[in-house]
Design a binder for this molecule. Sequence first.
Ligand SMILES: [Zn+2]
Length: 108
Amino acid sequence: MSVRMRHTKGHTRNRRSHHALKEPRLAKCADCGEFHLRHRVCLNCGKYRGKVIIDIEKEIAKREEKAKRKKKELEQAGIKENKSEKDEVKEEKSKKAPKLQAGELSKK
Ligand SMILES: [Zn+2]
């Protein structure tokens, strides 16, 4: 692009003086006293303006179950994958080695 006007370091810095990040606005929960984002549900007790929006205990139980399932799946898949990965690496090495040797021999 064509340069329209001279701009100095000062101009750049003046412009960027407004780019700083501000701290998020927090409000105290009326029920549990924990800080939460304004106009958002309190994630500690699951209430918004005194009404229960999220059943926190259920959510925690759900997350724990999900984590357990994922762990099991990873363990099952991990045992299989690890073996296959190691085999692949060995295969790659065995493939690369003869090629290099062949190249070196041809150079010599
Ligand atoms: Zn709360």
